[in-house]
Design a binder for this molecule. Structure first.
Ligand SMILES: Cc1cc2nc3c(=O)[nH]c(=O)nc-3n(C[C@H](O)[C@H](O)[C@H](O)COP(=O)(O)O)c2cc1C
Ligand SMILES: [Mn+2]
Length: 518
């Protein structure tokens, strides 16, 4: 296992397998950057490294699609595999299993290194010198409420008693040179920790580390139980501690090699308008446009020529799906193993934008457990939908026998479609997620394969309005725009630039778009 300890090591490793495309031509942070990145997701082109960004000082760069998929045969999941220290050709289900295996190992706490050994301290801005506007923060989608600087970094926060430090990804929007607007949903661990600070009448100290070692975002998107420190888990995964350094103005440790670290306090009183932002289901998230907590920035440190990673949320497949989907599936494997279910592997179907999840059972599952399909379906549903944080964001489960590659959507569609009984192949477990509502009772088909537990389908919808099926609630035709990418042209209203991936230096990708490459 090769533990890559910085974003730069990761970029070098990606470059070595043809998964990085440096772009020297000037690209505008206003929509153009997001549009180019989105096109690379669609074509599975190499991850763009934007070297020259309009109005931004020379040196500052953006890496987008750090967790996108690859068009290269056999390397589909290579960006995720390398980030997690695995060979570039590791399959999706194997990556998930590697993460799940580490859940049974003793957590390894990080070590603290000296500031002199911490590249994240190369430049320090404090107090009035803080200027977030230096960084190449993109306006990602047409219609977004602002520029999102935090789309693939780590929010680090600790409970007031010091017992629990949590690392997670929650988006943050630039307000001005020293303020961010934060989306902090109360059920997320960042929200739970903030509630403890608020109860004491204090603002929450936080560090936002951007451009961190490549494995971290994957544990930031993992639903580890309350009280668990994601950095200790990543230590267990790699079998060695992470290297952290003291922050400047808050009592927290931050990754020594981070490209950018933003420190400050999330106010318990100050609110500012945040959102909307085009989001991971593939639609503009209009509902999230509201006043949200302000992060008052007290210090920013950064490496020379800092690189900001940017995830362009939207229709699949982007980092919300990979960075959330694979670790989520890993936790599902772990929870099912602990419950004694004969699970072989799990997967979050990337193309479903984190809406369909696969539980693959060992072919000997019936014999091992003594359970028939109906009981098995009920058991899997109870375990997964009853597993607290894991259940949040799992609307549907597909239960299959593991005799094909569950990370290959074509094989999954074939296997599920041809094996699940149309009438008996569904089990509804609504009672688990909507307390008080009677359970309709499970009804599974005979061979293993054929559970859809979809009690969360509507509960998962973000607003009741959307669940009502009124005409206005329909999502059809409301894909967020990140600059309209008709065929290959990137034409952005208000920016008036027109380009193609080929012109930006992606050899062969125009041909790929026309279906003639390779
Ligand atoms: C790229 C990416 C972006 C994400 N953005 C958000 C977000 O803006 N808000 C949110 O609540 N969760 C977001 N998530 C999901 C959370 O990171 C995930 O639910 C995680 O389990 C939260 O950490 P916690 O369990 O420590 O609270 C994102 C995940 C990824 C991979
Ligand atoms: Mn957590």
């Amino acid at each position: 296992m090769e533990h890559l300890k910085s974003l730069r090591d990761f970029i070098a490793a990606l470059d070595a397998i043809g998964e990085i495309q440096p772009i020297d031509k000037e690209v505008d942070w206003r929509l153009e950057l997001g549009a180019v990145a989105r096109r690379t997701y669609e074509l599975r082109a190499p991850a763009p490294l934007f070297n020259t960004i309009t109005d931004i000082d020379e040196g500052f760069r953006v890496l987008s699609a750090p967790g996108g998929l690859s068009a290269q045969p056999g390397l589909t999941y290579s960006r995720i595999a390398l980030a997690l220290g695995l060979p570039a050709d590791t399959g999706g289900a194997e990556i998930v299993t590697a993460l799940a295996d580490a859940r049974r190992r003793e957590p390894i706490p990080p070590v603290e290194v000296d500031r002199a050994a911490a590249p994240c301290k190369e430049n320090v801005m404090k107090g009035d010198d803080v200027d977030l506007l230096k960084f190449p923060t993109p306006l990602i989608h047409d219609g977004d409420g602002g520029r999102y600087i935090q789309s693939f970094g780590m929010n680090i926060a600790r409970t007031p008693d010091g017992a629990w430090t949590n690392w997670s990804i929650n988006r943050m929007m630039l307000v001005d040179r020293n303020r961010l607007a934060c989306l902090i949903p109360p059920p997320q661990h960042l929200g739970m920790i903030r509630a403890q600070w608020t109860e004491r009448g204090e603002d929450m100290p936080v560090a936002v580390a951007l451009g961190v070692e490549p494995g971290l975002p994957y544990v930031g998107g993992m639903p580890l139980p309350e009280g668990e420190d994601e950095s200790h888990f990543l230590g267990a995964y790699f079998g060695e501690p992470l290297e952290l350094v003291k922050a400047e103005t808050v009592d927290l440790l931050v990754p020594a090699t981070a490209e950018i670290v933003i420190e400050g306090y999330v106010s318990r009183t100050d609110l500012v308008e945040e959102g909307p932002m085009g989001e991971y289901p593939g639609y503009p998230d209009r509902g999230s446009h509201s006043p949200k907590p302000v992060l008052h920035v007290t210090a920013v440190t950064h490496r020379n020529d800092a690189i900001l990673p940017v995830a362009v949320a939207g229709a699949p497949v982007e980092e919300d799906h990979t960075g959330w989907g694979l670790p989520h599936a890993a936790e599902m494997v772990h929870v099912l193993r602990e419950a004694g279910v004969p699970v072989s592997a799990c997967w979050g179907v990337l193309e479903s934008a984190a809406h369909w999840w696969v539980v693959a059972l060992k072919p000997s599952g019936h014999e091992d457990s003594g359970l028939g399909s109906k009981e098995m379906a009920q058991r899997v549903g109870e375990v997964v939908f009853g597993a607290g944080k894991l259940a949040f964001g799992v609307p549907k489960l597909l239960l299959v026998e593991h005799d094909f590659d569950i990370a290959d959507p074509a094989q999954l569609i074939w296997a599920f479609a041809s094996r699940a009984h149309p009438e008996h192949g569904e089990a509804h477990l609504a009672v688990l997620v909507e307390p008080g509502r009677p359970a309709p009772g499970p009804a599974a088909s005979d061979p293993v394969g054929g559970l859809i537990g979809f009690g969360r389908c509507l509960a998962r919808a973000k607003t009741a309005r959307r669940a009502s099926f009124s005409r206005q609630a329909r999502w059809r035709g409301r894909r967020p725009r990140s600059g309209q990418l008709g065929d290959l042209a990137v034409v952005i209203p208000g920016v008036c630039r027109s380009t193609t991936l080929e012109k930006l230096g992606f050899p062969g990708f125009s041909a790929l778009a026309a279906g003639t490459r390779g």
